[in-house]
Design a protein around this ligand. Structure first.
Ligand SMILES: CC(=O)CC(=O)C(=O)O
Length: 272
């Protein structure tokens, strides 16, 4: 099932994304509430065409917290090293977790604003986990019961500041650094979710990968993070960049695709 957050003439609402087989069109079946918690939201009967007038998809959640995994794929760790962005040739054995603030989140088709204080902005396509139920000290075996679903994320990173600042707070936490969407897919094969990236409509095969190659699995990530912080409904975990990253410049179109979810598209604009 696909759960989208959208606005119709400015009012944000949740909906199931449904395909009408006879017309071949996609619809938003409006829900009577929030898709988290013990009372499941139900369709109200109202529906809109997905590409209808006045309809805009929004980031599927406004998380209280966004965690990110760094160097969670061996291919990515090796790529970072080959670019001179990391001293270590291999991925660290221990999990490396960082955060982005909620103000970094943007939705599908929202602009990524390249800050004037950076000359080196990179895309990082990833699978994002959306938490559905409070998770505190959960085991790996229990972890997936706390997940609502999955979405696409672009962990946009200012590589120059990642090297020069003592922390990654600016490099990974600036406004618009977390494009998220297009919706939450609840039925993903998360053990082998295929990630790909297109830049200005062209495939970037060296950025592609699959969650089958994760070093720390999704249940392991949830268990570890919930051992030091309470994960709330709507919180997001970015599971890691599978492979190469690359540069983004003003006017570039960045498109993250996860097979079984869909595509997240954003255009870069120059900031102040
Ligand atoms: C150091 C990084 O930027 C690595 C990262 O974010 C990743 O996904 O891996």
């Amino acid at each position: 099932m696909r759960i989208a957050r959208f606005s119709h003439n400015g009012t944000p609402q949740y909906a199931f994304v449904q395909s009408d087989k006879s017309s071949g069109r996609d619809y938003l079946a409006v829900l009577d509430g929030y898709p988290f918690g013990s009372q499941p939201a139900r369709p109200t009967g109202e529906r809109f065409e997905l590409d209808g007038e006045g309809i805009r998809l929004l980031a599927p959640v406004i998380p209280s917290k966004i965690y990110g995994l760094a160097k969670n794929y061996e291919a990515h760790a090796r790529f970072m090293h080959s670019q001179g962005h990391s001293h270590e040739e291999h991925a660290p054995r221990d999990m490396v977790v960082f955060m982005k603030p909620s103000t970094s989140v943007i939705g599908p088709d929202d602009p990524i604003v390249m800050p004037s204080f950076s000359d080196d902005m990179n895309f990082e396509p990833e699978v994002a986990v959306v938490i559905g139920r409070i998770a505190k000290n959960v085991t790996e075996a229990e972890a997936m019961d706390h997940v609502l679903g999955f979405t696409c994320v672009n962990d946009v990173t200012l590589r120059d500041l990642q090297g020069s600042d003592p922390m990654w707070t600016r490099a990974k936490g600036f406004d618009t650094s977390c494009p998220l969407g297009p919706w939450i897919e609840t039925d993903l094969d998360w053990r082998d979710a295929r990630i790909s990236f297109r830049l200005n409509g062209e495939d970037v095969p060296e950025a592609n990968g699959t969650t089958a190659n994760l070093i720390h699995s999704i249940p392991e990530q949830i268990a570890r993070i919930s051992s030091f912080a309470t994960l709330l409904p709507g919180d997001v975990i970015m599971t890691g960049t599978p492979n190469a990253y690359g540069s983004l410049h003003p006017l570039d179109e960045a498109q993250v695709t996860v097979e079984g979810i869909g595509s997240l598209r954003n255009v870069v604009v120059k900031g102040q």
